[in-house]
Design a protein around this ligand. Structure first.
Ligand code: T46
Length: 136
């Protein structure tokens, strides 16, 4: 199995003055990969849970630029829930974490930066397959 980094939440600097606030996401600085794709998830109903997959190669950075949501992570050896409730909080999500996003606030805009172009073949959507690939 390819050794991956461990998914982690990082705190970004808030650059502010009397005009308002600004926060930067920059490749190879706060974002530890080349950014090939950007998408955002919004207008998700509060009872909806989405994701339910891991990846083979794609590394991602998730940040709620508005509102908040939670992310359940499972890398086959540990499970945890992460709260993204600030535009300065970024989850660096490694490919080997099965993830589910939930508890979306009505104003949530979840911005995602990805290291790969969109490829449905890069998704592991079956949990047993996930365990086969990443379990011990
Ligand atoms: C992930 C989490 C955080 C595309 O056509 N191109 C794209 O780049 C993406 C991301 C999606 N799509 C299509 C595929 C589906 O028909 O958009 C539809 C919704 O995608 P999906 O069901 O995969 O959405 P989520 O919220 O379950 O997962 C997404 C990302 O796909 C995934 O990489 O890790 O957000």
């Amino acid at each position: 199995m390819i050794p991956f980094e461990i998914s982690e939440v990082i705190e970004l600097h808030e650059l502010g003055d009397d005009r308002g606030l600004l926060t930067v996401l920059e490749q190879n600085d706060s974002i530890p990969f080349e950014i090939k794709r950007v998408f955002y998830i919004y207008k998700t109903l509060p009872e909806i849970r989405r994701g339910f997959h891991a990846h083979y190669k794609t590394r991602q950075a998730l940040v709620c630029v508005s509102g908040k949501c939670k992310v359940f992570l499972d890398n086959a050896t540990r499970k945890k829930d992460v709260l993204l409730d600030s535009p300065t909080k970024v989850l660096i999500l490694e490919p080997n974490d099965w993830h589910e996003m939930y508890d979306f606030s009505s104003d949530c805009v979840l911005l995602v930066l990805a290291s790969q172009l969109y490829d449905p073949q890069d998704y592991i959507r079956d949990y047993d397959k996930f365990l086969e690939v990443y379990g011990k």
